[in-house]
Design a protein around this ligand. Structure first.
Ligand SMILES: NC(=O)c1ccc[n+]([C@@H]2O[C@H](COP(=O)([O-])OP(=O)(O)OC[C@H]3O[C@@H](n4cnc5c(N)ncnc54)[C@H](O)[C@@H]3O)[C@@H](O)[C@H]2O)c1
Length: 249
């Protein structure tokens, strides 16, 4: 029976690219997104109706998440999870409202926690699995405008490490990917032309990444044969951003 990966945020950007690539690798994919239209469009574009199931829900809705993860098993045993759903904002520390801070932490951190915790039972029953959480370089550096978003991604890094330690005995590996700037809908909203110039001056490879470059890294981290001894790791896929200090002008 083919194994199933649950992907949150599958209606757009990195989540969609992960769905596309993992289907081509032989996985069945449970697609989660709160945007019904994006989800329907994504499922149509993926073109594997037998190997996909859509779930329109908000990752902060615990009951809906539990129900969806239980139903995802109809495709095949749940052996993988990619937590890609998130929201962002480009706001200075002083301009960040408490409401905005709470909402970003709720979706990005608590949502990831809710989905991952729901997936643990089915993965354990299936003999193990792998989880990939989308962090960010903004969770590892003090990037301008990233008070709430950066804090949420820093939390993802630590939560990934704790999960890796606690779930190793259940044969569940947990890793994070820290993307640099990737051309997606989120970035089109968050990056002004000035911000783009700023990023380009800091990324040694002098370009934005593509969603499929993150999808391939996620597929590696899900694949027991290729990364069976990798857990608790934060993989930067960032064109060298985190390695950088002074760059050639
Ligand atoms: N694009 C980048 O440059 C970049 C860089 C670093 C990290 N990331 C991370 O990668 C992940 C994917 O980002 P992206 O650029 O593809 O974003 P995106 O905005 O293109 O896609 C995110 C998807 O998540 C869904 N979503 C948002 N909130 C949700 C919720 N509460 N419940 C269910 N679905 C929800 C949205 O509807 C959307 O379809 C995020 O975790 C993001 O923080 C992205």
């Amino acid at each position: 029976m083919p194994k199933t990966v649950v992907i949150t945020g599958a209606g757009s950007g990195i989540g969609f690219a992960c769905a596309e690539h993992l289907l081509s690798c032989g996985w069945c994919v449970a697609l989660i997104d709160r945007d019904a239209a994006a989800l329907e469009k994504a499922r149509g574009a993926l073109g594997h109706p037998q190997e996909t199931l859509p779930f329109c829900l908000d990752v902060t809705d615990e009951a809906a998440v539990n129900e969806a993860i239980a139903s995802a098993g109809k495709l095949g045993p749940v052996r993988g999870l990619i937590n890609s759903a998130a929201i962002g904002a480009d706001q200075s520390f002083e301009a960040t409202s408490v409401e905005s801070f709470r909402r970003i932490l709720d979706v990005n951190v608590v949502g990831c926690f809710i989905v991952a915790r729901a997936a643990i039972g089915p993965m354990r029953d299936a003999g193990g699995g792998a989880i990939v959480n989308l962090a960010s370089v903004s969770g590892l550096r003090g990037n301008i405008g990233r008070t709430a978003y950066g804090a949420s991604k820093g939390a993802i890094v630590t939560m990934t490490q704790v999960m890796a330690v606690e779930l190793a005995a259940a044969n569940i590996r947990v890793n994070a990917i820290a993307p640099g700037p990737i051309e997606t809908a989120m970035v089109r909203v968050m990056h002004t032309p000035e911000a783009r110039e700023n990023w380009m001056s800091r990324v040694p490879q002098r370009r934005y990444g593509e969603s499929h470059e993150i999808a391939r890294a996620a597929a590696f981290l899900l694949d027991e044969e290729q990364s069976g001894y990798v857990t608790g790791h934060v993989l930067a896929v960032d064109g060298g951003f985190l390695a950088g200090g002074l760059l050639p002008q």
